[in-house]
Design a protein. Structure first.
Length: 248
């Protein structure tokens, strides 16, 4: 089984890739710009024995999505699984947003799911699974999160609309929304490391489960959704967040 993970060289995407890596099986990691992180990801995954390949492409563009799937096709071994974890961080209010940049964010964070699925069609077969990595911000408005949250809300809608077209093919599609994870993206979103530490501390303190999300919390859910045990799970958004956002 070939596994493709977009945004797979850092943070949440890399943790998922590590969970899904299998000895001798192709693992394609797509990334947008950080070559050093891509090399580090390959080194980190080397002990798994997976056949790791990285491809540099902007999945927010149709040609970029096509390039990712062309790379996967070159290494395909049976049906393909796709985990779409790539995201563009653009912290902004909506009324003051640069509309060109906001549009780009919506493409990366939302429309790219459709780009990737269309370009993946030749590689999808009965048993293939697609998982989109979403966020609680897709349904709960948060300060300066609109470019990410609105894009992910769009993708969640696409997940539901794709079910009637993919399910008859034996292909399942779902989404997983992790809780707040301690990654570099948090600092990018809130404006620096000090602010990120405060946000992370508060999130851990106020979470009903008493801690932040761990990589295993969401990666295990992705792994399940791609397994044959989940063949009848379709169009769901599973929040692996310890109970955050259940109440005000």
């Amino acid at each position: 089984m070939t596994v493709v993970v977009t945004g797979g060289t850092k943070g949440i995407g890399l943790a998922i890739a590590e969970r899904l890596a299998r000895p001798g099986e192709p693992l394609v990691l797509a990334y947008r710009s950080d070559d050093a992180a891509a090399e580090a990801a390959k080194a980190r995954l080397a002990p798994t024995g997976a056949d790791v390949f990285t491809v540099r492409a902007d999945v927010g563009e149709i040609d970029g999505a096509a390039a990712v799937m062309a790379a996967a096709a070159d290494r395909a071994a049976g049906p393909m699984h796709l985990v779409h974890s790539a995201a563009m961080i653009y912290p902004t209010t909506l009324l003051q947003a640069d509309l060109a940049k906001f549009t780009q964010a919506i493409q990366v964070n939302g429309l790219s799911l459709l780009y990737l699925v269309q370009k993946a069609l030749p590689l999808l077969d009965r048993g293939s699974g697609i998982v989109f990595i979403s966020s609680a911000g897709a349904r709960t408005a948060q300060p300066n999160y609109g470019a990410l949250g609105a894009g992910k809300a769009l993708a969640e809608s696409l997940v539901r609309y794709l079910v009637p077209e993919l399910a008859p093919m034996g292909v399942r599609i779902n989404a997983v929304a992790p809780g707040l994870v301690d990654t570099s993206s948090v600092a990018d979103m809130v404006g620096g490391e000090d602010a990120a530490l405060r946000v992370l501390e508060r999130a851990a303190r106020t979470n009903p489960s008493g801690r932040l999300s761990r990589d295993s919390d969401y990666a295990a859910v992705v792994e399940f959704l791609l397994s044959s045990d989940a063949e009848f799970v379709q169009g769901q958004v599973i929040h692996a967040n310890g109970g955050a956002y259940i109440s005000a």
